[in-house]
Structures are given as C-alpha cells and as structure tokens.
Design a protein around this ligand. Structure first.
Ligand code: BTN
Length: 258
C-alpha cells in the first residue's frame, strides 16, 4: 500500500536520514520528507548538496518495491529516469541523464539523486530504499557556489519562470511510483531502453578513478543490462563500472582516441 504522507520540515541536516529512520521503524512506501533547507545536504560519494531555503526541492521518498535483492541497485537508474521525465513535464525542457542518475539540461546539472537502501539481507517485507532528490528549482546563477556557477542550472534559469516547489514534488513522486510499478510488473528492460534514449555520456570519452585509485580513460558504451556503465578503454578492454565519479574527458589528446 502506498501512502501520500508528507513530513514537511523547515530545516534538517538531511532528509535522507529522517526518511531512513522512519522507514526503519516501519513507515510505509510513499511517505516523503520535504525540507525547506538542509544544513548537511548529502550528495553521492561524500559530496555536499547545497540546500538554501526557497530555491530547491529537497525531498526523500520511501520506496518498498517488490523486487528481488539483486534488482535493488536498479532503483537508482529507475529513479533518474522518472525524475527526468517529471522535470521535462514541469518545465517543457529536455533533460538528459548522466550515469548513474544525475539530471542535466543544456550541459549543466539540474538535479542529483542519492538512493540509499537498507541492508539487503533484510526480509523482503521489511526491505526499503530511500530516494533522495535534490532539484535546483528557483535558483539564480548567483545562488550557486562560485565553483558551480558554470556547472549547475535550475528550472528557473532554463525557462525564466518561477515554480511552486510542492508542484514539482507532486510530478516527481507520481512518475517515480509509475516507473517503479512498471519495473515490478514488466521488468527492467523498458526502463533501460528509455534511459538509454536520454544518456548524455553515450559515445563520449570519460575518465574515472578505478577502485584501485588509477585514473582510467575510455569511451562510454552506456549502461549494460543490469545498469553498470560499460566503458571501453583505448586498448579495447571493456570496464564495467559499478559506482564512481565519472567526468567527461573531451580534452584528451587526439592521439589517444582510436
Ligand atoms: C548528488 O548529486 O550527488 C546527489 C544529490 C542528492 C541531494 C538530495 S537533496 C534531498 C536528499 N537529502 C540529501 O541529503 N541528499 C538528497
């Protein structure tokens, strides 16, 4: 059963933590925590998500999809696709996906998602994930830290309009649960096909830091059937990336490009 319960908070360290604690105590799927601002907004890989009041949507949604344990990591890509579609619906502007689930528009980041699962050894009826979504909604360029001003965008910057953050949330939530229901009923293939249509990295030269700390360059071949990013290096070896910070490496010397 899905609830549409929402906890509105004026300020919190991070909505993901609040939602995680609620879900651990049995709170139902569908429940969301929305904060006006976050003091310690968290991004992937230990980064900070700047969360000033009135500028963005900062929400964490509890999901409990009936999926096998091995399918839980695919919630990440599913959420990215759902939120990208929701933001396109709200703004009328095309959104692209940067693996695993950043949302970009016109080459700049508009939304980040941090999905955190409970221990996957939990019994299936207790299993949950928290989908933490940060959308730059009404931010002006000057609202971003100086190092982000050329990398980040917002719905307002993209369209010149102001948005009701609650209305953005409603679109996001509806599409998230629609895509999760599709996953449960029909599997991951259709979601992946749609995801690949919005893949902003496909065919691009990338660099990333391997688990052993080495910087590797390669060309993106997009996500494989279970959502890992496939990258072919210049020796022709394909790497399957599970997680990490992927950056575009457009400026690699031409001699490195086969
Ligand atoms: C990223 O881009 O690395 C992910 C950013 C996720 C930010 C959202 S804001 C709501 C939720 N609470 C958090 O602390 N993080 C997520």
């Amino acid at each position: 059963m899905l609830t549409d319960r929402i906890f509105f908070l004026k300020e919190t360290p991070t909505t993901n933590r609040v939602a995680y604690d609620l879900a651990s105590k049995g709170e139902s799927a569908g429940t969301a925590v929305i904060a006006e601002s976050q003091a310690e907004g968290r991004g992937r890989l230990g980064k900070v998500w700047q969360s000033p009041p009135g500028k963005g949507l900062y929400c964490s949604i509890i999901v409990r999809p009936r999926l096998a344990v091995e399918d839980y990591p695919k919630i990440t890509l599913t959420a990215g696709l759902a939120v990208a579609i929701a933001l396109e619906e709200v703004s009328g502007i095309e959104m692209r996906l940067k693996w695993p689930n950043d949302i970009y528009s016109q080459g700049k980041k508009c939304c980040g998602i941090l999905t955190e699962s409970c221990s996957l050894t939990e019994e299936s009826d207790k299993r949950f994930a928290i989908v933490g979504i940060g959308v730059n909604v009404n931010s002006e360029k000057s609202d971003f830290a100086s190092e982000l001003q050329d990398k980040a965008t917002s719905l307002h910057i993209l369209t010149g309009s102001d948005y009701d953050v609650r209305a953005v949330f409603d679109h996001v939530r509806r599409h998230l649960f629609a895509k999760l229901a599709l996953f449960e009923s029909a599997g991951f293939a259709e979601i992946l096909e749609d995801w690949r249509k919005r893949d902003m990295l496909l065919g691009k030269w990338l660099q990333w830091v391997s688990t052993s700390g080495e910087i590797i360059h390669g060309r993106s071949e997009g996500p494989d059937d279970i959502g890992r990013l496939m990258v072919k290096d210049k020796e022709g070896k394909t790497h399957q990336i599970l997680s990490g910070d992927i950056s575009l490496a457009e400026k690699i010397a031409r001699k490195d490009v086969p």
